[in-house]
Design a protein around this ligand. Structure first.
Ligand code: PRT
Ligand code: MG
Length: 221
């Protein structure tokens, strides 16, 4: 089996926050996916290449071994499941939380107490189903793929379940966060077979990531 390692990343926040970790491992990238149209990017290490995929596709590439490792939000992993994946550590990048939000003026607590049936729009159907089932709240889940914040504004839903980071997007759309479901951060995921077959190549990279995160946590403390 080849020594070449393939790391799956998504553009945007995950890529930006992964660069310093790569740097700490002595690896730089000549091109940014934001400016390049290439989907396979070389790195300064001949043993490592990066592939650029949709955030929600990262676990799929790693599960099937098309990538040896990747970085995926715990929100994405909750929906995808962990089959075929080894999750060594919380990387604590791209932190946010999964929350329930409703339009300003909608009395969520009252609706819940009344046993009202709520229409909830979300990309996170599994996490939302579990959350409301746990509370004994009846919901009709409406699956969306993005811009969940719009749904209550145009009458598609009473509430949304979505990621919140600064809260700016909710405020801009006159929505309020009424429940925090779970804290979310990005995780390193490794293909389980690669972990055994490419251990020699993977071990230094995993150790460098872990060390970079430790050092950053130390600096933040
Ligand atoms: O964009 P694409 O459809 O390809 O996929 P994606 O939207 O899943 O990817 P991306 O790059 O937007 O997010 C990748 C990962 O970043 C997610 O899976 C999360 O684990 C993590 N992350 C961290 C976030 C946020 N913070 C976040 N704030 N992902 C999305 N958001 C969105 C949120 O959905 C909401 O629309 O940002 C908005 C809220 O932000 P605030 O700061 O206004 O509260
Ligand atoms: Mg996005």
């Amino acid at each position: 089996m080849s020594k070449l390692l393939t790391l799956a990343l998504s553009k945007g926040r995950i890529f930006e926050e992964t660069l310093p970790l790569l740097q700490a491992a002595g690896i730089t990238m000549a091109e940014s996916p934001e400016t390049s149209r290439k989907l396979i990017l070389p790195t300064s290490s001949p043993d490592l290449r990066v592939i650029i995929v949709r955030a929600s596709d990262v676990p799929t590439y790693v599960q099937y071994g098309a990538a040896d490792l990747g970085l995926a939000g715990s929100d994405v992993l909750m929906e995808h499941g962990l089959a075929g994946l080894y999750v060594p550590q919380g990387l604590r990048i791209a932190r946010c939380r999964l929350s329930v939000a409703v339009p300003e003026g909608f009395d969520y607590e009252h609706a819940v107490r009344q046993g009202a049936r709520l229409r909830v729009a979300t990309k996170y159907v599994e996490a939302a189903r579990e959350h409301f089932a746990g509370k004994g709240v009846h919901v009709d889940l409406i699956k969306l793929y993005g811009s969940m914040e719009l749904a209550p504004l145009v009458g598609l839903a009473d509430a949304i379940v979505d990621l919140v980071s600064t809260g700016g997007t909710l405020r801009a759309n006159k929505l309020v966060e009424v429940e925090q479901i779970v804290d979310v951060s990005s995780r390193l995921v490794v293909n389980q077979a690669a972990l055994k077959l490419k251990r020699a190549a993977l071990a230094p990279l995993l150790a460098a990531f872990a060390e970079a995160v430790r050092r950053r946590e130390g600096a933040a403390a």
